[in-house]
Design a protein around this ligand. Structure first.
Ligand code: SAM
Length: 242
C-alpha cells in the first residue's frame, strides 16, 4: 500500500510514540518505522524499551527520560531538535504522558516551536473503557487518585460526576480504592479490567458490591483499570444515537 503521508521521520520533530501495554504485537507499523529511523529514542526506562526494540530488531540509540530527570532531559532534547535531529519519546507502556512522563517535554517542545507528532496506539484507559460497555460518548479520565491530602476531596468530586470515570490503580490499593469508591459514589456499576492484552487478561463487571466481593475472594494480581458507570440508569445507551 502506498503511503500517502509526508516522509517520516522529519528532522527537528518530536514523535510521541504509543507502545504496547503488554502484548508486544500491539504496535503499529508506523510506530515501528519511526522507532527504527529516528536519531534517538527518549525512553522512560531504556531496559524496558530495549525488550520491545529487540523483538523487532531495532537498534536505535536510547536515552532515559523519566519523571526524575525529565526537566534536564528536556533541555538536551530541545538542543537535539534544534540541531535538526528527530526524536521519539516512549514510556514503559501505552501512551506517553498519560499518567506517565513526557508531558513536560511535549509542552516545552511546542513552546519552542518544534513540531510534535503523536503516533497513536494502545492506552490502558481506552482499552478498559471499551471493555466496560458503559457510556463512552463522554467520559472522564482521572488517572491515579491522589494518595494523601487531596484524595477525599477528589472522591467527593467524583461523586457528582455524571460521565463514565476511568481510574488507574495499583494492585496494592485496588481493594481499598473500590471500598472508598463505594462509600463516596454509592451503588454504581463498575468494570475492573486487569492485565489487558496479556495472558491473564480479565474484566470483572457488576455492582460495586459484587466487584468488591469478587476481589475479596480473589487476590488481585497484575495491573488494573477501574471504570465506573454514570449514576443514571441508562448508562449503557448506544453513544451515537442520542
Ligand atoms: N501511559 C499508560 C497508558 O497509556 O495506559 C499508563 C501508564 S500508568 C504509569 C500505569 C497504569 O496503567 C497501571 O497502574 C494500570 O492502572 C494501567 N495499566 C497499564 N497497563 C495495563 C494493562 N495491561 N492492564 C490493565 N491496566 C494497565
Amino acid at each position: 500500500m502506498e503511503n500517502p503521508e509526508r516522509p517520516e521521520p522529519a528532522g527537528g520533530t518530536l514523535y510521541v510514540v504509543s507502545t504496547p501495554i503488554g502484548n508486544l504485537r500491539d504496535i503499529t507499523l508506523r510506530a515501528l518505522d519511526i522507532l527504527r529511523s529516528v536519531d534517538i529514542i527518549a525512553a522512560e526506562d531504556t531496559r524496558t524499551t530495549r525488550v520491545l526494540l529487540d523483538a523487532y530488531n531495532i537498534d536505535t540509540e536510547c536515552m532515559s527520560c523519566h519523571s526524575r530527570n525529565e526537566n534536564r532531559r528536556t533541555h538536551t532534547i530541545l538542543r537535539m531538535l534544534e540541531e535538526g535531529k528527530s526524536v521519539a519519546v516512549v514510556s514503559d507502556a501505552g501512551t506517553p504522558a498519560l499518567s506517565d512522563p513526557a508531558g513536560r517535554l511535549i509542552a516545552a517542545a511546542i513552546d519552542a516551536g518544534f513540531p510534535v507528532i503523536p503516533i497513536p496506539g494502545p492506552s490502558a484507559a481506552l482499552a478498559a473503557l471499551v471493555a466496560s460497555g458503559f457510556r463512552m460518548d463522554r467520559f472522564r479520565f482521572e488517572g491515579f487518585l491522589p494518595l494523601k491530602r487531596k484524595r477525599r476531596a477528589r472522591l467527593a468530586e467524583l461523586a457528582t460526576e455524571t460521565r463514565t470515570v476511568i481510574l488507574y490503580e495499583s494492585v496494592h490499593r485496588l481493594r481499598k480504592t473500590l471500598v472508598e469508591l463505594r462509600q463516596y459514589l454509592g451503588p454504581r456499576r463498575v468494570s475492573v479490567s486487569r492485565e489487558l492484552t496479556k495472558r491473564h487478561e480479565e474484566t470483572v463487571r457488576g455492582s460495586m458490591d459484587e466487584v468488591i466481593e469478587y476481589f475479596e475472594r480473589n487476590e488481585p494480581r497484575g495491573e488494573f483499570v477501574i471504570v465506573i458507570a454514570p449514576p443514571a440508569e441508562k448508562d449503557t445507551a448506544p453513544p451515537d444515537q442520542e
